[in-house]
Design a protein around this ligand. Structure first.
Ligand SMILES: Nc1nc2c(ncn2[C@@H]2O[C@H](COP(=O)(O)OP(=O)(O)O)[C@@H](O)[C@H]2O)c(=O)[nH]1
Ligand SMILES: [Mg+2]
Length: 357
């Protein structure tokens, strides 16, 4: 019944229904998959573009997001935003801070901003975020921005659910170069050195270009540029002397991720950023990567949904918990191992240990 009401509200394009649908998905409440399945039928029609924005805390992602929203609105494009915030008692205030700073756009009906807590979404955060982005697209937003905090695997997974991934770095973050060395740089399609008003920005940007193999430099000559791990970003240039101002697509036809400088607070470089987003979108379409990426994401999504269903069934639809409880003594006093018991439980479940109801 609730689900039907939400679906009706969505059909009438009521923001309140959208907010309820998002909560339903976020909490995986009854009927959430029904809403998502319905939304799925509305995807891929309006030419919505999704952009993931990630980077270390304080890099200026939210400020840049706001600047992008303003650019898109100037082009009369509607924008939906999902901001994934880490939920810790120490950073809980960040949510409110973001909301206040987003004030310039928050009263605009062409803009919908949703902050999402990371608490509780065990392991499925990237999937849940992508599903919320689906809801925004199904609702009709023409640009969907996904902001995540951090440069760990989870954040990258989230950012990569978008068609274009932007990694925001800042010159003064000493760990910037550590980030590069850790090899996570390869995942982005666009690199932004924000706070380019700060000293050392040009040098930092050049260092990033050297790390990506775009520019020949002295600083990291001893290190081999990273190779693409998944072919998504196209990896390093054939010629290390290529400058970032050169063509974005290499002779081999692969995308060369540009490194852009921005000052999000004043809007410097934001036009160049939107132009680079357009170029990347055009590249995705012309190269066939868009269709390929879509197939890959659909397969990944189906696997994730299947895993989620299996997990739920295992814990709620079988006697797993009961069997585990009955073997806890043997486990606790060391007679048996968790592996031994897990194998036994799985055997029993497979043999028909479905719900005892
Ligand atoms: N000097 C300078 N400050 C900036 C710039 N962009 C953002 N900031 C400031 O950096 C702080 C963190 O920005 P925020 O967008 O919240 O970062 P986020 O954590 O990455 O979302 C805020 O005080 C911004 O005003 C910039 O380009 N230059
Ligand atoms: Mg932020």
């Amino acid at each position: 019944v609730t689900t039907d009401r939400i679906l009706e509200g969505l059909a009438r394009r009521e923001p309140a229904a959208l907010a309820r649908a998002i909560s339903l998905v976020e909490n995986q409440s009854d009927g959430f998959e029904q809403v998502l399945s319905h939304a799925h039928g509305l995807l891929g029609r309006g030419g919505t573009r999704r952009v993931g924005i990630t980077g270390p805390p304080g890099a200026g992602k939210s400020t840049l997001t706001e600047a992008l929203i303003q650019r898109f609105r100037a082009q009369r494009l509607s924008v939906g935003v999902v901001a994934v915030d880490p939920t810790s008692p120490f950073t809980g205030g960040a949510l409110l801070g973001d909301r206040i700073r987003m004030e310039s756009v928050s009263l605009d009906p062409g803009v919908f901003i949703r902050s999402m807590a990371t608490r509780g979404a065990q392991g499925g955060l990237a999937t849940t975020t992508e599903e919320i982005a689906d809801l925004l697209e199904a609702f009709g937003f023409e640009r969907v921005l996904v902001e995540t905090v951090g440069v760990g695997q989870t954040e990258l997974d989230i950012a990569r659910t978008a068609e274009t991934t932007v990694l925001v770095l800042v010159p003064e973050s000493g760990d910037g170069i550590q980030t590069l060395k850790a090899g996570i740089m390869e995942i982005a399609d666009l690199y932004v050195v924000n706070k380019s008003d700060r000293p050392g920005a040009d040098k930092f940007r050049q260092e990033v270009e050297v790390m990506l193999g775009i520019r020949r430099g002295n600083a990291f000559r001893h290190m081999a540029p990273h190779n693409p791990s998944d072919g998504r970003t196209g990896g390093r240039a054939d010629s290390a002397s290529r400058l970032s101002d050169g063509p974005p697509v290499q002779p081999s036809g692969r995308w060369q991720p540009p490194v852009l400088g921005t000052v999000a607070t004043t809007g410097v470089g934001v036009d160049e950023l939107t132009a680079a987003l357009d170029r990347h979108y055009a590249y995705l379409q012309a190269s066939g990567m868009m269709a390929e990426g879509r197939r890959r994401r659909l397969a990944a999504r189906t696997r994730a949904v299947l895993e989620r269903k299996l997990r739920r069934w295992l814990l709620e639809g079988t006697r797993v918990e009961e069997l585990l409880a009955s073997r806890l003594d043997e486990l606790a006093d060391g007679r048996r191992s968790p592996y031994d018991i897990a194998a036994e439980i799985l055997d029993q479940v497979k043999a028909g240990g479905s719900a005892t109801r």
